[in-house]
Design a protein around this ligand. Structure first.
Ligand code: SD4
Length: 335
């Protein structure tokens, strides 16, 4: 039976610092956060969409579309690195704070996976379409089809094939997958996945997450990104969280659902991200050596939190004036 003492003990175990009442006053106006430094351009697009009168869903969709269309970004959308059979497959989810959700996994031949995910949310009774069904749905909905594999991404895949012994990739964050050679571990191209969270001046929230997933993954592999409660979770009045890094480590603990649950229990977004990263480290021990996992969280008041296993996880924060800063998340482990 839950009593006051057990609730307090539970919060203490989670490392709860301050009661809700001690939190700072809500930030004024809109706010957008997203994973990685390339999130800055996405935030700008999301901010512009809100400024033009768009909804929170319009904003996060507009933001997610920026890296999806960027041929220089090999971890999201067009020009994403393919799976180990040479097919570019995309995962995406979009969610509002009232339980509205749409997602696609292993989508092929359509650049804007996030827009297809939104159609799943708005035009079907379902939350997730996968593979051939998702691809056919996108075509039926009038999305333009095109080959997403660019010559550069194909070359990287062919280089990888030479040395990879056709084994599943380990972690595209750390470069332990054996290629491609022009990707420096921790370097500018060694990033995957954009997760965005947006709040409006009333404290309502929405989020989006889109990726081509792990480079050279097994065909059919789906990561955390399109799964509600793994790659993204948003709850009205509590906040939202998104993840990046090795999806399997996020999925096995329902990472973002757990971040938001910790926020519901009273932790700040920062403490909540830390709690889940520490939990993964405790649970997995040596299995997560050299593996990156990062969480980014935002609450309806405008508090932001970010934490990761390894150094190097950056995120972009855009305030109500439209000013964007790129920050580096603290990490559990040193380099
Ligand atoms: C996945 N979480 O498919 C994604 C990849 C990623 O930073 O975010 N890497 O596992």
């Amino acid at each position: 039976m839950t009593n006051r003492r057990s609730v307090l003990t539970g919060l203490a175990a989670l490392g709860a610092a301050a009661p809700l009442a001690a939190r700072p006053a809500p930030a004024k106006g809109a706010m957008i956060v997203s994973t990685w430094d390339f999130g800055a351009a996405a935030n700008d697009a999301a901010f512009a969409a809100m400024k033009a009168g768009g909804s929170l869903l319009d904003a996060v969709e507009a933001g997610a579309k920026v890296p999806e269309a960027d041929p220089a970004n090999h971890s999201v959308g067009y020009s994403g690195y393919p799976d180990r059979d040479g097919h570019v497959t995309l995962d995406a989810v979009i969610m509002d704070d009232a339980g509205g959700v749409g997602a696609v996994a292993a989508l092929e031949d359509t650049i804007h996976a996030i827009s297809v995910a939104r159609r799943v949310m708005e035009r079907t009774p379902h939350t997730l379409l996968v593979g051939e069904g998702a691809t056919r749905f996108a075509r039926d909905q009038g999305f333009t089809t095109r080959n997403l594999l660019t010559p550069e991404a194909e070359q990287a895949w062919r280089d990888w094939l030479k040395t990879a012994h056709y084994s599943p990739a380990a972690n595209s964050e750390t470069g332990t997958y054996g290629g491609p050679r022009h990707v420096t571990p921790g370097g500018a191209l060694d990033h995957d996945t954009i997760g965005l969270l947006a709040r409006d001046r009333a404290g309502r929230m929405a989020g989006a997450c889109t990726t081509s997933g792990m480079a050279f993954k097994m065909r059919g592999r789906v990561g955390d990104s399109p799964q509600v409660g793994a790659g993204l979770y948003v709850e009205r009045g509590i906040g939202g969280a998104t993840s990046t890094g090795l999806g399997e480590e996020v999925t096995r603990v329902s990472g973002t659902a757990r971040v938001v649950a910790s926020m519901r229990a009273g932790l700040s977004p920062q403490k909540a991200c830390e709690e889940v990263v520490r939990h993964i480290a405790r649970l997995r021990g040596d299995a997560i050596k050299g593996v990156q996992v990062g969480f980014l969280a935002l609450d309806p008041r405008g508090d932001v939190g970010a934490f990761c296993l390894l150094p190097g996880f950056t995120y972009a924060v855009t305030d109500a004036t439209g000013r964007t800063s790129v920050l580096t998340a603290p990490s559990l482990f040193a380099a």
